[in-house]
Design a protein around this ligand. Structure first.
Ligand code: GRG
Length: 292
């Protein structure tokens, strides 16, 4: 597996520095502000920031244009994890090796910290100091908001929770996972095409991101089944216990492995005619082989 850990950290540090600076300017000493910081800076891999970085390499977009977008994406991602852990959702007490936000700060504070991170994402992008054209901003805001709501993350989460212990088919599971996990990753790659003003690549990039999201989610499901709680920073074997629908359970491991291989080949084909794809290809290998 290519070692992208060092590169991941470099990008993560830049995105975190941007977020810390942005938040410091809004400085508040409230417990709500502390809970937002706790959910945001608690040692996530920041793979979505790296997806944006890798796809911006392909289309030559400069760092000052994409770091704020990555910061906004990390806000939405952290928001989704804070809410995912709540008692009304997955009811998980641990995340990233620490107490989940509602365990550390209480339930209503965690709900409001999550909601505030959602709006923070759009404060970051619409901020006048973020200097990209208004047309690009509107397109970014549209793409990011639509992948977060009922047609994206929130909708995927709804199906994930409502279909527990129900009989579903392969298409239902893929559709749920594409929304829950794929939509935001689709945005990460699509954003590079929007920033580069490459309209012809927007849809293609989004589809690549959704496929990477499916690979990411399948690995997540394997890690839940066979991974180490210590490395993952949260309890394992939860999907089965909670009656969750996963492709491993539905298709079996051999068929799921075939799906992984096919997706990998498709993504390599999709990227074939493009330059400087090595970052994104290495990121794909990391996604498939990661241990946390
Ligand atoms: C975001 C609008 C909106 C609503 C929230 C709670 C919820 C609705 C959605 C939950 C979505 C969810 C938890 C999807 C799972 C995605 C996933 C595999 C997360 C783990 O991502 P990693 O491994 O996490 O990148 P780290 O800890 O590294 O940041």
């Amino acid at each position: 597996m290519p070692d992208i850990q060092q590169d991941l950290k470099v990008v993560a540090d830049k995105v975190n520095a941007y977020l810390k600076d942005f938040l410091q300017k809004q400085c508040s000493d409230s417990k709500l502000y502390q809970a937002m910081n706790y959910g945001l800076f608690s040692g996530g891999k920041m793979i979505r920031s790296y997806l944006i970085h890798s796809s911006c390499k392909i289309v030559d977009v400069q760092e000052k244009e994409y770091i704020p977008i990555a910061a906004a994406v990390e806000c939405i991602h952290s928001y989704s994890l804070i809410h995912d852990d709540l008692p009304a959702m997955d009811n998980d007490d641990f995340r990233r090796g620490k107490e989940s936000t509602h365990k550390a700060y209480g339930e209503f504070t965690a709900i409001l910290a999550g909601s505030s991170l959602l709006t923070l994402a759009f404060e970051i992008i619409s901020n006048l100091n973020f200097n990209i054209s208004y047309e690009k901003k509107i397109k970014i805001i549209y793409a990011l908001s639509s992948c977060s709501g009922h047609l994206g993350i929130a909708g995927g989460q709804f199906f994930d929770l409502s279909l527990k212990n129900e009989n579903v088919n392969k298409d239902n599971i893929i559709s749920m996972q594409n929304k829950k996990t794929g939509a935001l990753m689709g945005f990460c790659i699509e954003a590079a095409a929007i920033l580069a003003d490459k309209k012809d690549l927007e849809e293609k990039f989004k589809r690549i991101g959704i496929k990477l999201g499916l690979l990411f989610q399948i690995t997540d499901d394997f890690l839940d089944k066979y991974g180490s709680a210590e490395i993952l920073g949260k309890p394992v074997q939860q999907d089965m216990a909670k009656g969750k629908n996963t492709l491993i359970e539905y298709l079996g491991e051999d068929e799921t492995q075939k799906l992984i291989n096919n997706l990998q080949v498709e993504i390599e084909q999709d990227l074939k005619s493009l330059p400087k794809t090595n970052f994104l290809l290495d990121c794909m290998s990391f996604i498939i082989n990661r241990k946390n």
